[in-house]
Design a binder for this molecule. Structure first.
Ligand code: CO
Length: 256
């Protein structure tokens, strides 16, 4: 029985930002050494761009076709997506189309798939960005119109319940938005802000929407409000403790 592990990420085309994805994939590989590793990205736009640049990464369909062709019969898919939103649902429906082609095919869950995952992720963030007097931490999540966007306000609540009053969770494409975060920040009394992505990679959103010099970046908006801003350009996908959560999902959900 040939066994495969398919690690699936949203993807990034920002050179160097993929280091976080590569390290997460390496950690997953180590968790199941009896499986041959494969990778794929769910973003069609990024896959196309990488192909044009001559450094292609397969889509999940292309990877599954390859795995099938290579004669594997047992496949486990681990997404590195953060929330069970649209990209994850898309992956599940792609995988469903291959169910009868393999003896066993299972799709594990994204990073935050339970209240325990949420609390664990909040702890990990605090251990990487320890609280400092008079300083706020503003996290940039991706956000979505999908109901899974609730992960972000829930993460905010997790920080409050941990007693972290000066940690704020905003999103680029969901809710809460930066304007709402700025209003909350004003009440905090902090004048210094650490800005950091709550995303797998510090890719396009972190580089441009968070830390960019354009007037509508989060950094520029906060500086206009008089805050001293420091940007951390680190995707959480490079952190060992985040790998541990993915590995736990992989082992619990898929391997027997
Ligand atoms: Co986006």
């Amino acid at each position: 029985m040939k066994k495969a592990l398919l690690a699936v990420s949203f993807g990034t085309s920002v050179p160097g930002a993929d280091a976080a994805i590569i390290s997460a994939e390496a950690s997953l590989r180590e968790a199941c050494p009896d499986r041959d590793p494969f990778r794929a990205f769910t973003s069609r736009i990024i896959c196309r761009k990488l192909r044009e640049e001559g450094r292609p990464v397969p889509t999940p369909e292309e990877a599954l076709e390859q795995i099938l062709e290579d004669g594997y019969t047992d496949v486990v898919i681990q997404p590195t997506h953060l929330i069970p939103g649209r990209e994850y649902e898309k992956l599940c429906s792609i995988a469903a189309g291959y169910e009868d082609k393999f003896e066993k095919l299972s799709v594990s869950t994204p990073l935050i798939s339970s209240p325990d995952d949420l609390k664990a992720a909040a702890e990990v963030v605090i251990s990487h960005y320890p609280p400092q007097e008079g300083k706020a931490l503003v996290l940039m999540g991706h956000g979505t119109g999908h109901i899974a966007n609730m992960v972000y306000p829930a993460l905010q609540t997790a920080f409050r319940l941990m007693g972290q009053e000066n940690v704020f969770v905003g999103t680029v494409e969901g809710w809460p938005e930066i304007e709402e975060i700025i209003e909350q920040l004003g009440k905090s009394g902090c004048r210094n802000v650490d800005l950091a992505p709550f995303m797998l990679v510090a890719g396009d959103h972190a580089v441009n929407d968070m830390a960019g010099d354009e007037p509508d970046s989060w950094k520029s908006m906060l500086e206009r409000e008089g805050y001293t801003v420091h940007c951390s350009m680190e995707g959480i996908g490079g952190w060992k403790e985040i790998h541990d959560i993915f590995r736990r999902h992989l082992l619990e959900d898929c391997l027997d």
